[in-house]
Design a protein around this ligand. Structure first.
Ligand code: AMP
Length: 192
């Protein structure tokens, strides 16, 4: 049973790594970005609301995001643990997640941060924009998303560091190499 978070700047490969880690650990990967994108595609009310923010590279408001995460974490497949990807991104979301978990007498085991240099990330994301046509992958929006990461999400990372559950992994390198680093880092945590 593992309850963990993966945090990283846009373009750090956290979605790819989250899927691999979740497979290895046998826990479900939950990506708030993926849930939003599925809702945008399905033109649901949630998707229509979220799209305005996503296209500008802004955070979707907590009032929307927190409820969505609470509902997702109440589903049955989460009972064996989870790997949350892309949430929490603000300190207010950290507090909300604390409350969700505390209500069930649960807590996080490990928080994994993927690190990478901004210019490397911009280059990667511009490459991804060509391949996938994601509407939030143009340079101005990419830089705005990186700024938000530094301004808001690094404070989230600091909170988990204070709690002693943070582990950092260099996200630059081949996908397999990074997966190996991540799995080693998680194993090291779990035997401590
Ligand atoms: P991602 O795929 O994780 O990069 O997320 C894509 C976009 O979804 C972000 O740029 C935000 O607009 C939105 N989003 C995802 N997770 C969150 C969150 N925890 N809080 C607010 N907005 C989010």
């Amino acid at each position: 049973m593992t309850r963990m978070l993966i945090i990283g700047p846009p373009g750090s490969g956290k979605g790819t790594q989250a899927e691999r880690i979740s497979e290895r650990l046998g826990v479900v990967a939950i990506s708030t970005g993926d849930i939003f994108r599925a809702n945008v595609k399905g033109e649901t009310p949630l998707g229509i609301e979220a799209k305005k923010y996503m296209d500008a590279g802004d955070f979707v408001p907590d009032s929307v995001t927190n409820n969505m995460v609470r509902d997702r974490l109440s589903e049955e497949d989460v009972e064996r643990g989870f790997l949350l990807d892309g949430y929490p991104r603000t300190t207010a979301q950290v507090e909300y997640l604390d409350q969700i978990l505390a209500a069930d007498d649960e807590k996080l085991d490990v928080v994994l941060q993927l690190t990478a240099d901004d210019e490397e990330l911009v280059a990667r994301l511009l490459g991804r924009a060509k391949e996938t046509g994601r509407s939030d992958d143009n340079e101005a929006v990419i830089r705005h998303r990186l700024d938000l990461y530094h301004e808001q999400t690094e404070a989230v990372v600091a909170k988990y560091a204070e709690r002693g559950i943070l582990t950092q992994v260099d996200g630059i390198g081949a996908i397999d190499e990074v997966t190996e680093r991540v799995l080693k880092a998680i194993e090291a945590r779990q035997t401590v």
